[in-house]
Design a protein around this ligand. Sequence first.
Ligand SMILES: CC(C)(COP(=O)(O)OP(=O)(O)OC[C@H]1O[C@@H](n2cnc3c(N)ncnc32)[C@H](O)[C@@H]1OP(=O)(O)O)[C@@H](O)C(=O)NCCC(=O)NCCS
Length: 176
Amino acid sequence: MAVFQSIRNFFVPTTIFEPEIIVSAPLTRYEIRPLTDKHLKEVLKLNLRCFKSGENYTKYTFSYLLNEPKTLSYRIVTPSEQIVAFVFIMTNMDGTGHITTIGVAPEHRRRGLANKLLRHTEEALRKRNINTVMLEVRVSNLPAQNLYREFGYATVQRLVGYYNNGEDGFLMVKSL
Ligand SMILES: CC(C)(COP(=O)(O)OP(=O)(O)OC[C@H]1O[C@@H](n2cnc3c(N)ncnc32)[C@H](O)[C@@H]1OP(=O)(O)O)[C@@H](O)C(=O)NCCC(=O)NCCS
């Protein structure tokens, strides 16, 4: 709980408002790789495209997460090394993991990339003897809730007014 309260304070309102026309990307191969500080700029740009309405992590939050030894972060790339998906997970001393953010480029969605990232995340956490994973999701974010539910996450709490715009969130948890 302490972790997600601290991360929550790093949210800022999104500043990009232009609508984007999404054209599905040509089918391609995808690979998962570690995400490091040298990818900061690219992941920041992708993050803005993923979280257009509501709130967004700042550059400083991403920089903090990328340099925090207890945080795991992965990217999915195309053969041309373009980052099309990312996930950040904080690991805690109490044996829990916390998915702080996950996003997939709009033109690469519904191809199992989030699924791939979550599977990879779980393997990485198991190797570190982490046996519980938690996350928060907006009550309005049905795609993400479907994803997590399908993956075995259960809603354990409604977080009233959790987001800065007053929207409630759900706390979802999974035992590994
Ligand atoms: C949520 C998100 C990460 C899903 O990424 P994705 O790569 O498209 O997801 P996947 O292809 O792995 O989908 C896995 C399952 O999630 C669910 N899902 C994903 N997108 C969905 C949608 N638009 N509507 C309904 N269910 C959806 C489905 O159950 C899907 O399985 P299916 O394709 O067999 O039906 C992506 O839509 C995204 O980046 N959204 C914006 C950022 C965001 O909301 N992140 C989560 C914050 S908590």
